[in-house]
Ligand binder design. Structure first.
Ligand code: CTP
Length: 400
């Protein structure tokens, strides 16, 4: 998701440094190149070796050493960065920055930076509430510095109150929002469906399928990071709701149909990644079915949600998914036309790395004008990005 992005992670001296290690790992895992700059105080909590190992880059900690890579280290580092994050940002460092003091590599590099700056404060509540500290924070916000946290909770000193550094995942999300925000997606409402549906046979058993929901959740998460207003309608899955996404849980295809059609008039884009059960038992037994002789289940068809959206469609872009085991192109193109979709994302679930529970997918995108695009194996977050890029291209250059 962050491939090609250069992040400077500034680490100052507070107990929350241990959480900055996890933050560094999240950035690296998402594909970013991370350069860690530590203050002397930060090194009292965690050694540079830890960050060096996680970031796979040397750690920067001293102002006056030569470097093979950068002629003037702080300027070179700052020029390369797409985002500067300081986590934890102590009261001392925030005070220095707010007052234009640059007396170590971190504060000097920050002063030379022109990229967005994200600060994750961490300090004792009394320090946080100190009027001088509050004035510093206001000053920094006024010149465009971004903040995440601090949170309420138990502090290292045993006090309760505001001052805890935000969790690494929350800082990661805030950083992704700054890096990925795309004006195209601001104010756009995206509706995503994900996961399987469950169709009850009796109070104990149900019919369902192997969908994990990972693909739809990735689309919802990435769309929110790009700046869209996202509603996710999800069948039963074992996943956490993506940050910043309005998530509505449903169980059956009929419930998904009701929720999706209720939201449809107000949305700009629908991405239907859910694996909706095509059939449900005609009758749901009120009591547990006891074993005996032969059991015949009579199944009736569920409504086709996407086909209904195709019928109601006004200005919305409709994206379908087709998980197939054979005749990929033929099946995908048939669904594209029959359901009046703008594009369809097809994958062969029998291919290694493209199945339901996998974290990766191998997709092809088919368009109404007969065009198609093939992609290599990617993470589901990368796939989500490609699908949303395809929607953006289509909105900018509509095809008949
Ligand atoms: N879909 C839907 N409602 C249904 C069935 C499918 O909205 N009752 C949507 C899925 O979310 C997906 C697309 O239609 O975006 C294609 O789903 P898929 O299960 O591959 O195709 P079906 O139309 O159900 O056809 P078949 O099962 O025969 O392949």
């Amino acid at each position: 998701m962050l491939a090609g992005q250069h992040i400077i992670l500034g680490v100052t001296g507070g107990i929350a440094v241990y959480k900055a290690v996890e933050l560094c790992r999240l950035f690296v895992k998402a594909g970013a190149q991370v350069r860690v700059v530590m203050t002397e105080a930060a090194k009292q909590f965690v050694t540079p070796l830890t960050f060096q190992t996680i970031s796979k880059q040397p750690v920067y900690d001293r102002l006056f050493i030569g470097s093979e890579r950068f002629s003037v280290e702080h300027v070179g580092l700052a020029q390369e960065a797409d985002l500067f994050v300081i986590a934890p940002a102590t009261a001392n460092t925030l005070g220095k920055i707010a007052n234009g003091i640059a007396d170590n590599l971190l504060t000097t590099t920050l002063m030379a930076a022109k990229c967005p700056i994200l600060l994750a404060p961490a300090m004792n509540t009394n320090m946080y509430e100190n009027p001088l500290q509050q004035a510093n924070l206001k000053k920094l916000a006024a010149v465009g510095y971004h903040f995440v946290g601090p949170e309420q909770g138990e502090l290292a000193c045993g006090d309760q109150g505001r001052g805890r550094m935000s969790e690494p995942q929350a800082i990661f999300t805030a950083a992704c929002q700054l890096l990925l925000a795309d004006p195209f997606w601001q104010g756009k409402h995206v509706l995503v469906t994900a996961g399987p549906t469950r169709e009850a046979i009796d109070p104990i058993r149900f019919l369902t399928n192997r969908s994990s929901g990972k693909m739809g959740y990735a689309v919802a998460e990435v769309a929110a990071l790009l700046g869209a207003d996202v509603t996710l309608i999800s069948g039963p899955v074992d996943l956490m709701p993506p940050p910043g996404v309005k998530t509505i849980m449903v169980t059956t295809a009929q419930e998904m149909y009701d929720a999706v059609t209720a939201h449809f008039p107000a949305v700009d884009v629908v991405v239907k990644a859910a694996a909706v059960a095509d059939y449900r038992p005609l009758r749901q037994c009120k009591q547990k079915i006891k074993k005996g002789n032969e059991l015949n289940l009579v199944l009736v068809q569920n409504p086709d949600i996407l086909a209904e959206l195709g019928r109601q469609k006004q200005q919305q872009i409709l994206v379908g998914f087709a998980a197939e085991t054979d005749n990929l192109r033929e099946n995908a193109e048939k669904k594209l036309i029959q359901k009046k979709l703008d594009l369809i994302v097809a994958n062969n679930v029998l291919q290694e790395g493209a199945g339901f529970a996998a974290d990766t997918n191998i997709i092809q995108i088919f368009y109404r004008n007969g065009e198609e695009k093939q992609f290599p194996k990617m993470t589901k977050h990368q796939v989500a990005r490609e699908v949303l890029n395809a929607v953006k291209e289509l909105k900018n250059n509509p095809v008949s």
